[in-house]
Design a binder for this molecule. Sequence first.
Ligand SMILES: NC(=O)c1ccc[n+]([C@@H]2O[C@H](COP(=O)([O-])OP(=O)(O)OC[C@H]3O[C@@H](n4cnc5c(N)ncnc54)[C@H](O)[C@@H]3O)[C@@H](O)[C@H]2O)c1
Length: 325
Amino acid sequence: MDFNDKRVLITGGGGFIGSHIAANLEKKGFKIRLFDLNFDNLDTLCKKLGYCSKAEKVVGNILDTISLASAVEGCDYVVHAAAMLGVKNTEQKSLECLNVNILGAINILEACVKEGVKRIIFTSSSEVYGEPVECPIKETNSTSPVSLYGVSKLAGEEYMKAYQKKYGLEFSIVRFFNVYGPGQVAEFVMPRFIKNVLNNEPPVVYGSGNQIRAFCFVEDAAEGVSQVLTEGNGKNQIFNIGNDEESISMKDLAEKVIKISGKDLKPQFASMRDSDREESREIHRRIPTIYQARQLLKYKPQFSLEQGIRKVIEADCIFDTWHTS
Ligand SMILES: NC(=O)c1ccc[n+]([C@@H]2O[C@H](COP(=O)([O-])OP(=O)(O)OC[C@H]3O[C@@H](n4cnc5c(N)ncnc54)[C@H](O)[C@@H]3O)[C@@H](O)[C@H]2O)c1
């Protein structure tokens, strides 16, 4: 299929995953428009990676319905990736989280309906599952988020389904599992470990370090989103997008990052109290099944954990924290 005349709006397109989705879709011939509060991080990432997108950049807030409507105008598809992130961050600013993640999702849906957008792709999160009853986690597992962030993403998903029923607007929901790569903020475990090691400091493991995660390199995640649009089977579906092949405990991840960096360091252990989460709401084991994406989209992660970690180390582009304006 030829996508040369198709225009995609990516909200949060100046952010970590949004910018990698833009790079992927641009290579496939889509015309890209990015919408974000600012593009400072994207400009730095472009310089570091030696790649600069031709995408049109629109500065705006998803809570401003007028600038949002003009950004959506003329777009065939929308990838909605703008959001407030982080478990602690969203709980410290719970009303802002409600506004940006839920009202923001409704604003973009309204704009899509008015402008006749064909499909919206909503970037959701494995946080919607909470502590899984069954692991690996299937899309059909029960959703029981334990964080406000997870609740806000689940609400966003439900609005996607409701707008499809009411207006016939097609949706696809992608639930990302621990995406990492160049251009991420050091609020997440992988960039935090790598940043420490690059600064010759030990990676700090919170709690026992026995928590298990499956990490997905951002170019694989971006390819998953892109296939949702291009493969034809993504309509009104929910997909786990992650990498199910190399799940790892946090203490082993710390050791792995040190080994790959070649530095003479040892992981340090600290209390969960200093982390992003309380101990009582820690997710102990989070591994996806990506069977649905493999079957319907032909999705197949390409980057091993070691290759991905090496790419983050080489790019040396980890931001301290989120921009707030
Ligand atoms: N990184 C992960 O592992 C992960 C996992 C699960 C889900 N997600 C989801 O993927 C999406 C992208 O996440 P990311 O990791 O790239 O985060 P990010 O913070 O790098 O990107 C989010 C972008 O949204 C923008 N934004 C925030 N509020 C806005 C507003 N009011 N108006 C316009 N733009 C606004 C930010 O400026 C930022 O550039 C989010 O929806 C997130 O919930 C990410």
